[in-house]
Write a protein that binds this ligand. Structure first.
Ligand code: FAD
Ligand code: AMP
Length: 485
């Protein structure tokens, strides 16, 4: 798509707000700023593999959206084979059409990224496709994809340049054998043997998707504990479920090298037993992401980076340089699309002189495996370590009528509440649609609800949400549909 800005080249254009980066942090910031009656330009340099520019950043083009599209298709394929017969539906002649699956995924991505163009048009945001570089004095150098260059100026500049995958020095990317998450979303055949380095959120989602299509998946994770940032009860259950699904998860396995040889990848790693080798057809490196600020800051802007490369900001996303802000993956905090979005909205409101605040304590996290995993707030071990007396309640999906009807009974909902005032401190769910169910917990915690508040809230029957209700009741040993222990 060409830029929709028709002003003459070489002109100095001024805006109230220029946002650099059109991912899930930058584009909502631009839209909210325009809603606040400010003149706004959003500069984005993303190009897809075929060279077409697209707004939406990592999330829409290479992250959240394509991964969920692929997870949905592969889960349907898996359920068709494993579950339909239980429902009394006999299917024969099932065939995998991976090319169509990938085509559908691309269509989902296209619809979403083109949607941003329409949203910009509707809100009156000037979308500029090309590179943005902050110059001193709140000026921005814009280089369009065709190489033409202009200097823009703004009252406020918001930096939203996102993140990039971390490369493992000992296993450098080598397309199509050793790939990052974007490469792993685009395989055109199902790898017979797939290696994944990193049992984080992205590694587990990608490993699950290809496992469902038949890959033998081995996940190598350097840390000795599985999902160490989640509630221990939840990570135990998750590990059990993933192993049952055939994911070969090796903990305490640190990769030290990988070479492509004879159409395969030879991986070297060490674990408690010593040096090990693994041969796979494709290797995904999913060891995390780093802030991306390449050519973003000209000398003399005064914007500071921390030792890990994140743009330094305060709790309101101010960089410390007057009217220069930074949001999303390029600043501290969890690398999540919804975190970036809320920061963008907050900054656009603050710029307009409105109220704006982020509650960093209540950001939900979701792993879109099957079963899904979702949580918000503190884990039981964190509350225990804080010394605050607490109580917990859990409810298994096995006891949920709706989960049984869906044939999706794995997992549980768990609530951790303070013993003194009953405030909900954390909610942890592993089970069907956990990512949707967590929204109720987020709202409850946003309003500092007690477990009793949830207990006294009527939940429709039969729904999965009743599991959250029953977990709240179980906090005070008042669960109706499960035995209180
Ligand atoms: P980005 O999305 O990275 O966008 C930044 C944009 O700025 C890019 O388009 C980039 O090209 C552009 N840019 C950078 N520098 C410049 C410059 N100088 N000039 C112009 N443009 C520039 N998060 C979730 O919340 N839920 C999920 O389910 C989820 N799934 C994921 C799955 C995968 C496989 C991956 C890789 C990530 C996933 N994430 C998920 C994380 C999510 O994608 C990021 O947190 C999110 O994209 C961050 O948004 P952002 O706007 O800060 O950065
Ligand atoms: P995340 O940061 O959630 O994307 O997860 C990345 C995971 O990769 C972390 O759990 C790291 O411990 C893991 N990891 C990082 N380096 C290595 C390595 N060399 N070998 C195996 N696992 C690694």
């Amino acid at each position: 798509m060409a830029t929709d800005d028709k002003r003459p080249q070489g002109a100095t254009d001024s805006f109230d707000v220029i946002v650099i980066g059109g991912g899930p942090a930058g584009y909502p910031c631009a839209i909210r700023a325009a809603q606040n009656k400010l003149s706004v330009a959003c500069i984005d340099e993303w190009k897809n593999k075929d060279g077409t520019p697209a707004f939406g950043g990592t999330c829409l083009n290479a992250g959240c959206i394509p991964s969920k599209a692929l997870l949905e298709s592969t889960e349907l394929y898996h359920r068709l084979q494993e579950e339909f017969a239980t429902h009394g539906i006999k299917v024969s002649g099932t065939q995998l059409d991976l090319a169509q699956m990938q085509k559908r995924k691309a269509g989902v991505v296209r619809a979403m990224t083109q949607g941003i163009v329409a949203l910009f048009k509707g809100a009156g945001v000037t979308g500029l496709q090309g590179h943005g570089r902050l110059l001193p004095g709140r000026r921005v150098e814009f280089t369009a994809h065709d190489g033409t260059r202009r200097t823009l100026s703004a009252r406020h500049v918001v930096l939203a340049s996102g993140s990039a995958p971390i490369e493992l020095k000992s296993a450098p990317f080598k397309d199509p054998y050793i790939v990052d998450s974007w490469g792993a979303l685009d395989f055109d055949t199902v790898p017979k043997r797939l290696g994944v380095i990193g049992a984080g959120v992205i590694g587990l989602e990608l490993g699950s998707a290809w496992r469902r299509l038949g890959s033998e998946v081995t996940v190598l994770e350097a840390l000795p504990d599985f999902l160490p940032f989640t509630d221990e009860q939840l990570s135990r259950e998750a590990l059990r479920q993933f192993k049952k699904q055939g994911l070969n998860i090796r903990l305490g396995a640190r990769v030290s090298g990988a070479e492509v040889k004879d159409n395969a990848v030879e991986v070297r790693y060490s674990d408690a037993a010593g040096e090990q080798r693994l041969s796979v057809d494709r290797l995904v490196v999913a060891i995390g992401r780093r802030p991306y600020t390449k050519d973003l800051l000209a000398p003399g802007t005064g914007v500071q980076l921390d030792e890990r490369g994140f743009i330094k900001v305060d709790e309101s996303c101010r960089t410390g340089v007057e009217n220069i802000w930074a949001i999303g993956d390029c600043v501290r905090g969890p690398m999540l699309a919804h975190k970036g979005k809320e920061e963008g909205v907050m900054v656009a409101d603050l710029i307009a002189g409105h109220y704006g605040e982020m509650n960093y304590k209540v950001i939900p996290s979701v792993i879109y495996t099957a079963p899904e995993i979702a949580w918000v707030g503190l884990t039981e071990q964190e509350v225990k370590a804080s010394g605050r007396p607490y109580k917990t309640g859990t409810f298994p999906f096995l006891a949920s009528g709706r989960a049984r009807a869906m044939e999706q009974t794995s997992g549980f909902a768990k609530i951790v509440a303070a013993r003194d005032d009953d405030e909900i401190l954390g909610v942890h769910i592993i089970g069907p649609l956990a990512g949707e169910l967590i929204a109720e917990a987020v709202l409850a915690m946003e309003y500092s609800a007690s477990s009793e508040d949830l207990q006294r809230t009527i939940h429709a029957h039969p729904t999965l949400a009743e599991a959250v209700h029953e977990a709240a009741l179980s906090v005070d040993k008042r669960s109706i549909d499960s035995i209180n222990r």
